[in-house]
Design a protein around this ligand. Structure first.
Ligand code: NAD
Length: 418
């Protein structure tokens, strides 16, 4: 059997590459490589048939030197401590790359949400919130949506936490519904950030957005929204997929039809509507295109398929879709890769706006949020790009140099207690 690539090994290798470039002193290196706090909980949930099932959940805080922990909660059958630790670490670097005052955290429950009813998901979410309540809070650690969690799940977390406290605590989660203190533009934020950084990247490759061929893996919050932005800007989204496979049309897909199909049938492939030719997720990654947007899970582009990638630009909507071996191959092939900790940082950026609005009990306009987000994404892209030029390294190493460098500097300034 093929050995599963560990996301934590990938995250550690990335730290090693950047730490060498930064010439980090050994103690500092040891500190930033470790997660600060890992909580594992096993908790009972009453299912619809009256039986009790025990689920395993995690909340990991990697580093809180620059501010409270921030990171999503994932519901997926493959969630384990290793993955959550890697995702928490990437959150630390990401918040530092876009220079917002958060540390990195992540959480998840090992479960198959597709096989659970709404009531079971609510029961599981509320009990999980209770289990991790001692770790989270607006000043401590603020969860948000990730794979297979959404604004409704955030509403349940906020309600459970508020009930425990005895008063409404808006700022305990971000990505909430608008009616409960959510922010305008949060739902679109990650996809929009992916699009904005792709626009910056295509300038470097002298490609025009109008008519550019785009391939998107994953049709959820990140991939679906990014596809809409590319489509609106005149690009041709020629393929898009979800966990069951993808659809392909070399003339360009009708994205609103694809998203309607996904909404109606929970799938981009349907016997009822012919959207394009069926294609596997593996084939999709290797399509001839200008921009590839992996927006599903980790370890999609590896040593095995990197040499077959034909995209000129890769903009990582997902966290950890590319392994370090694949990074090396893509760099040698002159593929311009915008790494996850930059490309998908729009989500955490507007989460930060949501948190600020909650703490100040203010509401910002959609325009204000969109302008601030675009400014931060463009500025961060320019900073990372300049480092990549100066140090003659790929964009991932440059982003890690920026992110890890900022965390290291903050650690030195705070010093070690006692
Ligand atoms: P989501 O649950 O909204 O969507 C996930 C999509 O991926 C779904 O369409 C699902 O069918 C598809 N998918 C699942 N397994 C797949 C597979 N093996 N192959 C192809 N497609 C598959 O989740 P999301 O919020 O869009 O998150 C997607 C990625 O983006 C994750 O890596 C997540 O960590 C990252 N991310 C999300 C946010 C955010 O704000 N939601 C922010 C930054 C990064």
């Amino acid at each position: 059997m093929e050995k599963k690539i560990s996301p934590l090994d990938v995250a550690m290798k990335q730290v090693d590459i950047a730490a060498q470039k930064l010439n980090l002193e050994p103690g500092l290196y040891e500190k930033i490589k470790q997660t600060k706090r890992d909580l594992i909980v096993h908790f009972p949930v009453k299912m619809d048939d009256g039986r009790i099932r025990v689920f395993t959940g995690y909340r990991v805080q990697h580093n809180m030197t620059r501010g409270p922990g921030k990171g999503g909660i994932r519901y997926h059958p493959d969630v384990d401590l290793d993955e959550v630790r890697a995702l928490a670490m990437w959150m630390t670097w990401k918040a530092a790359v876009v220079n917002i005052p958060f540390g990195g955290a992540k959480g998840g429950v090992r479960c198959d949400p597709k096989s659970m009813s709404i009531q079971e998901l609510e029961n599981m979410t509320r009990r999980f919130t209770w289990e991790i309540a001692m770790m989270i809070g607006p000043d401590k650690d603020i969860p948000a949506p990730d794979v297979y969690t959404n604004p409704q799940v955030m509403a349940w977390i906020m309600d459970t936490y508020s009930t425990l406290k005895g008063y409404t605590v808006h700022g305990v989660v971000t990505g909430k519904p608008l009616e409960l203190g959510g922010s305008l533009g949060r739902y679109e934020a990650t996809g929009k950030g992916v699009f904005v950084t792709a626009l910056e990247a295509i300038k470097q490759r002298k490609i025009k957005i109008h008519g550019a061929r785009v391939v998107v893996q994953g049709c959820g919050n990140v991939g679906g929204i990014a596809a809409q932005y590319f489509d609106k800007a005149g690009a041709k989204v020629i393929a898009i997929s979800d966990s069951r496979g993808g659809v392909y049309n070399k003339k360009g897909l009708n994205i609103s039809e694809v998203l309607d199909c996904k909404k109606k049938y929970s799938c981009v492939i349907s016997k009822k509507i012919k959207l394009g030719d069926e294609i596997s997720n593996e084939e999709l990654l290797e399509l001839n295109c200008d921009i590839l947007v992996p927006s599903a899970l980790e370890n999609q582009i590896t040593e095995k398929n990197a040499s077959k990638i034909k995209a000129k630009i890769i903009t990582e909507g997902a966290n950890g879709p590319t392994t370090p071996d694949a990074d090396r191959i893509l760099f040698e092939k002159n593929v311009f890769l915008v790494p996850d900790i930059l490309a998908n940082a729009g989500g955490v950026t507007v989460s930060y706006f949501e948190w600020v609005q909650n703490l100040q009990e203010l509401l910002w306009s959609e325009e204000e949020i969109s302008d601030r987000l675009t400014r931060i994404m463009k500025r961060s892209f320019a900073e990372v790009f300049n480092i990549s030029r100066r140090e003659k390294v790929d964009m991932r190493t440059a982003a890690l140099i920026l992110g890890i460098g900022r965390v290291a500097e903050a650690t030195k300034l705070r010093g070690i207690y006692p």
